[in-house]
Design a protein around this ligand. Structure first.
Ligand code: ADP
Ligand code: MG
Ligand code: MG
Length: 898
């Protein structure tokens, strides 16, 4: 960006003030969004009231120099003002034709909390009379004056808004008026005097009557507003740098309040909620500035303007078309009509709903306005959730009770229940329920299935409830620590609100909000536009997208969302079903291989059916099946519960036999219990020390594969061994796995291709990836565990206990379980990618942690050159889009570098 510097004498004079014809839309950094676009509209010949922009550099200078204007500034303002005066034929404080201006703030990004606009600046006791005379309208002039005093008094002189409002309503009451419009010129004059008194009393200063003094104070106030608390907070939340500064726009006033052939309004070039191509907006006749949004009078739909002021309407329609063609995007604009003549006061890219974003992007490609890549870039991947799940009606009115983690998107409403059994019972009876638990465990699955949504007061983004809910596509809010549950009384307390079983709540898993009572929801919408845009994303992206799916239903859903395979099929979820758990427990508790053989045989049969169904559903596409991973205690009864049961049996005087059995179980469970189960006997460690469990699973997989081959299907199996940290672990298990596979092939007389690979989820595995790759045909980065083990953060506790505070304090930028930590965990991934490709250039590399469904993390996966990401089925569309955006961003960066 070129900064014009004017050399005068020996000093270099910097340019701080830009007339509207000296800037353009690209100059947002320097002129702010509003200013840059006012310049752009002026440049392309649209009717913009003349004015100028004071640059953000002046604002930055102001703060860097003890709140002093740059030396050159005032001269430049005066010069620009002189030009405004000559273009309009009006003059500040003039007795014949007084100039009035608006002073408007405008940072690079639009920021609520910045200084409000001051309109009608330049009015005083004299100019108001002149204005009244030339407009032939005393009421209008005094209405402008009292508005100016109100705005200036509030935003520049920091007098509370209420005081003005009260004075206004007191006067109306006194006179018995209902509307502002009933105020007579005499009333308004009285009001102006009252306002002067208020300002004097509150600020200790006279209301300034000098237009230049007013202007200087207003400019200073805009600068100052950059550091007002609301603006600071807003910047923090939205990651907007403090160093940007704000620009100040000074613009000739045009009057929408000059009578019934004047008016003011806002408009969108397309419907921002549906995306439909039509003029959309609202206006009010005989009104100024914020009247339209202030809700004092009800604005009219833009269509009606056609009947009231046809010429201005036609002009506006033409300009809206021009603006869209020019900016190649939907615009949100402000206009004012002064005695039939249209003026443009603002334009910017319009905010829109996800549905509208999609429709607009697709339509604009159709219309030849943008190309497919641009269309793909126009959609925010995280917005897609809005389309896949029901969401809370943005127009609804409600109060948020508390917030938790936004663990699984979508909104759900239902009666609160605290037990999985109750959820199942009521759910089956056709009731809508929300299961509220401290945390869920695999024991609660039957309740989760029947619930509309899940709320937990503990656990993070990778807690059981979160993972299962995402897999099922059900809304879930996790770790809402303010929800204090009392299972005994079937109630919970949030601050001072008590919620009992059967009370209705609404949860919003997209934002983490928990709301008491019912809120209107908008149903999901996957339509033709959605499919087309994703098809374009598929043409662009290089990263493959698979789904994490454990059941035939999930597998089918993955195919619906066009996943290119299953990247993670967890076998343990199959172990949790009610009819299986006893066999699983028997197998775990068995003392000898012989004792274990029978329950394993039973499980073999069941697992075989599961695998066959999944392989059929994914026919022709790869399915990565992970051998048993979680710590064994997850399948066993809880130690504490068992202790209580034994005590109860004793107390009740149960038979010796019964007691002995229970005590033996207790002893067994105690032996198996570990201090740190997540770092204990699990994954491949189990596979090595209890080989028959993995052997059973491998047999089940390949017998199933042979079965489906015989039925004419084409299974593509990848066996994945979890938690490898030492290459020998994998070498050993690979050998035993292949032995079983060949046995099965031998027995069945069938041969099918397969791959054996491993998870990389321990730092040591990443560090020695070259050694491990010798035995692995693929790696899948288990980024949940890798994050846990790299940071030494416990997944189950960290997110509830201290990560939010870490983020708040800026120690962590983001929760690393949500957004991949590219600096640490990412470095390990990058290293493992490079090391493994050295020994095995064609190794397939994927990610199957929760990060596989998070846009920023997906872009990182693309950058380090992974083969695919795998995520829960509902995230597949998002991943396809994010992967395409990664490609386009890369191309555009290269382009900029050149
Ligand atoms: P915001 O950023 O809050 O929208 P604006 O600076 O756009 O603030 O101004 C607020 C209102 O004042 C808008 O309705 C705008 O159209 C109106 N306005 C601003 N400048 C002028 C002007 N020079 N003449 C008439 N109306 C104006
Ligand atoms: Mg505006
Ligand atoms: Mg793991």
């Amino acid at each position: 960006m070129s900064k014009l510097t004017i050399r005068g004498g020996s000093a270099v004079r910097k340019k701080y003030v830009y007339f509207f014809d000296e800037g353009n839309a690209e100059m947002r950094d320097l002129l702010g969004g509003k200013g840059a676009n006012l310049c752009e509209m002026t440049r392309i010949g649209l009717p913009v009231p003349p004015g100028f922009v004071i640059s953000t550099e002046a604002c930055i200078h102001y703060f860097e120099n003890g709140k002093k204007f740059p030396e050159e500034l005032w001269d430049q303002v005066m010069a620009a003002l002189a030009r405004v005066e000559s273009e309009t034929g009006k003059k500040f404080g003039d007795e014949e034709r007084p100039l009035l201006v608006s002073v408007r703030s405008g940072a690079k990004v639009s920021m609520p909390g910045m200084m409000d606009t001051v309109l009608n600046l330049g009015l005083n006791d004299e100019t108001v009379e002149t204005l009244s005379r030339i407009a032939g309208n005393q009421r209008f002039a005094y209405d402008c004056y009292r508005r100016f005093m109100q705005m200036f008094g509030n935003v520049v002189m920091e007098v509370k808004k209420d005081l003005f409002e009260h004075a206004l309503s007191d006067l109306k009451d006194k006179k018995g008026y209902k509307y502002d419009t009933e105020l007579t010129p005499v009333d308004l004059r009285e009001l102006v005097d009252t306002f002067k008194g208020i300002v004097k009393k509150e600020s200790g200063q006279e209301f300034p009557s000098q237009p230049l003094k007013q202007l200087e104070m207003a400019i200073r106030a805009v600068f100052e507003s950059w550091y007002n608390p609301r603006a600071i907070t807003y910047r923090k939340i939205n990651e907007i740098p403090e160093t940007l500064g704000t620009a100040v726009n000074v613009q000739t006033m045009v009057f929408g309040n000059m009578g019934e052939n004047s008016g003011t309004g806002v408009a969108f070039t397309r419907d921002p909620s549906t995306g439909e191509k039509k003029l959309y907006g609202e206006y009010l006749l005989n009104a100024q500035g914020e009247d339209v949004v202030a809700g004092i009078r009800t604005p009219q739909p833009l269509e009606k303007l056609k009947d009231e002021l046809l010429e201005a309407y036609d002009k506006l329609a033409g300009i809206m078309d021009t603006l869209e063609q020019h900016y190649e995007d939907m615009q949100d604009l402000e206009f004012t009509i002064e005695e039939g003549k249209l003026y443009m006061l603002q334009t910017r890219v319009g905010k829109r709903t996800a549905a509208a974003a999609l429709k607009i992007a697709v339509d604009m490609v159709e219309e030849g306005l943008i190309d497919k890549k641009t269309a793909v870039m126009r959609i925010d991947p995280s917005q897609l959730d809005q389309l896949l799940h029901p969401c809370i009606d943005p127009n609804a009115d409600f109060q948020v009770l508390t917030k938790g983690l936004n663990a699984s998107p979508g909104a759900a409403m239902g009666k609160v229940v605290f037990h999985a059994d109750t959820a199942e019972e009521m759910g089956k009876a056709g009731e809508m329920v929300i299961l509220v638990r401290w945390e869920t465990t695999p024991d609660d699955i039957h309740g989760l299935v029947q619930s509309q949504g899940i709320l937990t007061s503990h656990g993070g983004m990778t807690s059981h409830a979160a993972v299962v809910a995402r897999g099922m596509g059900k809304p879930c809010v996790c770790g809402a620590e303010e929800v204090k549950i009392d299972y005994a009384s079937k109630s919970c307390r949030v601050k001072d609100v008590v919620i009992r079983e059967g009370d209705i709540i609404t949860i919003d898993g997209t934002t983490g909000r928990v709301i008491l009572g019912e809120v209107p929801l908008i149903p999901p919408m996957i339509n033709e536009d959605f499919r087309r845009l994703l098809a374009w994303a598929d043409e662009i992206r290089k990263l493959g997208v698979r789904a994490n799916a454990d059941t035939p239903e999930d597998a089918a859903r993955s195919r619906d969302f066009e996943a290119e395979g299953i990247g993670l099929c967890r076998t343990e979820h199959m172990f949790m079903a009610e009819d299986r758990l006893p066999h699983v427990q028997a197998a775990i508790l068995a003392k000898t291989d012989e004792e274990r053989a029978e329950p394993l045989q039973k499980l073999l049969k069941m697992q075989k059916e599961d695998f066959a169904a999944i392989l059929k559903a994914m026919n022709g596409l790869p399915v990565t099946i992970r051998l048993l991973d979680p710590p064994l205690h997850e399948f066993l009864p809880n130690l504490g519960d068992l202790r209580v049961e034994v005590a109860e049996l004793k107390h009740r005087g149960a038979s010796l036999e019964e007691l002995a059995a229970k005590e033996e179980l207790l002893a067994n469970v105690r032996t198996l219990s570990e201090a740190n189960p997540m770092l204990g006997l699990r994954g491949c460690r189990l596979g090595i020390t209890r080989p028959d469990i993995y052997q059973m699973q491998v047999r089940a997989i390949f017998e199933a594969a042979c079965d489906v081959v015989e039925e004419g299907y084409e299974p593509v199996v990848e066996v994945m061994i979890p938690l490898v940290g030492i290459d020998k672990e994998l070498a050993l298990l690979k050998e035993s796995t292949e032995k079983v596979i060949h046995q099965v092939f031998e027995e069945r007389g069938i041969r099918i291709g397969y791959k054996i690979g491993t998870m990389i989820e321990l730092p040591r595995a990443a560090l020695t990836a070259d050694e491990i790759a010798k035995h692995a045909e693929f790696f899948s980065f288990g980024t949940n565990d890798l994050t846990q083990t790299t940071f030494g953060f416990s997944r189950d506790d960290a997110e509830g206990k201290f990560i939010p505070e870490y983020v708040e304090l800026g120690i962590l930028e983001k929760n690393p379980f949500e957004v991949l930590d590219t600096e640490g965990v990412g470095k390990l991934i990058d290293m493992a990618v490079k090391l493994s490709r050295q020994v095995r250039p064609d190794i397939k590399l994927g990610v199957c942690g929760e990060h596989g469904g998070e846009p920023k993390s997906i872009k990182f996966c693309h950058q380090v050159g992974l083969t695919y990401v795998s995520c829960s089925p509902f995230r597949v569309p998002l991943a396809r889009l994010a992967a395409a955006q990664a490609v386009v961003e890369e191309e555009r960066e290269v382009f900029i570098d050149k």
